[in-house]
Design a protein around this ligand. Structure first.
Ligand code: SF4
Length: 385
């Protein structure tokens, strides 16, 4: 029914580069999507996976649902999955169970012959959408107009569109993830005197202050909706780090109230959060770490230890299942799934795999060669850090 409705493009939320405008209206597949209540769904997934054999690699981000992770050959955070995609030169098809920007990065890092598939094209990232190519170009032009662009090195979080990664590579910068943001920023300060950190202000601020020893006053916040980012020339000249005004809607939910509430409710609990949380929450926590680091910290902690974890709920639930000898709490009182990550479900995965079995590639993510050129340079700089 919705497929026949007239599409008004201005009504749609653009994801990534707007390569799949229709998917936001729930038409991301050709009508063959299996019913979620199909009792044969798991059996169909197993049969399709077996039939595809080694011609396919299924990558699963840690924030994916259990029903999807069960079929992942490799699980990891965005850094680990980018490394795995780059290494998978013998694999014909990569099914990426994650979000749009991750699949774009995998396409950039693989050969032209390999195909990267995102089971639901509507799996985007609200943070990545907070920095558009036009906004970033305008910011750079404004920095140029006050004579500063030549001393600024862009450091761009993996959670960004291929177009922003391309901008970064073209302007001498690097990509980073939450695992290597410190190394990326240290490298950038060997190349220039200022960093433009895109698009997550919290990861940029937390890394600058807590890992590099800069002060909060060394950081300024660039608002892309205002001329000169809403800053004065003087403020930008004094700053060492220009933070883009973007954030993760999932990690942004954790608050000081959540921290205080759980400390009162669970005596002896340790708070462990992701660096996409706000600076005040990170400062109030006992430990901070990337997704991979969070998993390791809990795994290596003694039996009986108590952890309240501030990251995506699918991962926290899995950590709890895998560590039955520890007490694991979710830091917030309300549920906190990443809604776009959750769009990849078993029906979409089965559809993508069964289509491949029948010789049809669906939902292929393709980054234009002119965008891929400099994006690859920026990603390779990161992989070499
Ligand atoms: S958790 Fe946040 S940063 Fe990660 S994909 Fe979801 S919205 Fe984007």
């Amino acid at each position: 029914m919705r497929e026949n409705a007239p599409v008004n493009l201005s009504d749609l939320l653009l994801l990534g580069q707007g390569s799949d405008l229709a998917s936001e209206r729930g038409v991301s597949c050709d009508g063959q999507l299996p019913d979620a209540s199909d009792p044969q769904l798991v059996a169909r997934a197993r049969a399709a996976r077996k039939a595809l054999g080694s011609s396919v690699l299924v990558l699963g981000h840690h924030y994916q649902r259990n029903e999807v992770i069960e079929f992942a050959d490799i699980t990891g955070d965005s850094f680990k999955l980018a490394q795995e995609a780059a290494k998978a030169s013998g694999v014909e098809n990569i099914i990426f169970c994650g979000v749009h920007f991750m699949a774009e990065s995998a396409d950039i890092l693989t050969s032209d012959k390999q195909k990267v598939i995102l089971p639901d094209l509507a799996a985007g990232c609200s943070m990545a959408d907070m920095a558009t190519a036009n906004q970033v170009t305008k910011c750079w032009d404004e920095l140029s107009s006050i004579g500063l662009a030549q001393e600024v090195i862009p450091v761009t979080y993996m959670n960004s569109s291929a177009a922003i990664k391309s901008f970064t590579g073209e302007h001498g910068g690097t990509i980073c993830t939450s695992s290597n943001a410190e190394a990326a920023m240290k490298w950038a300060f060997t190349q220039g005197s200022k960093i433009l950190f895109l698009p997550d202000q919290h990861l940029g601020r937390n890394t600058a202050v807590l890992s590099l020893g800069l002060s909060l006053q060394d950081c300024v916040l660039w608002n892309p909706w205002k001329p000169l980012g809403g800053l004065t020339e003087e403020q930008i000249k004094k700053a060492k780090v220009i933070l883009w005004r973007g954030h993760c809607s999932v990690h942004g939910r954790f608050s000081i109230d959540s921290v205080n509430e759980i400390r009162t409710r669970v005596p002896g609990v340790q708070i462990l959060v992701h660096p996409e949380c706000t600076h005040e929450v990170v400062q109030a926590a006992d430990r901070v770490g990337s997704t991979e680091k969070i998993i390791k910290i809990v795994e290596q902690s003694p039996a009986g230890s108590k952890w309240a974890i501030g990251t995506e709920l699918n991962l926290v639930q899995r950590i709890s299942q895998n560590n039955p000898d520890k007490e694991i709490y979710f830091l917030d009182k309300d549920i906190c799934y990443c809604s776009t990550m959750n769009r990849i479900d078993l029906p979409h995965l089965v559809w993508a795999m069964e289509s491949l079995v029948s010789g049809t590639v669906v939902n292929q993510i393709r980054v234009a060669p002119e965008v891929a050129k400099y994006s690859k340079l920026a990603l390779e700089r990161m992989l070499a850090l």
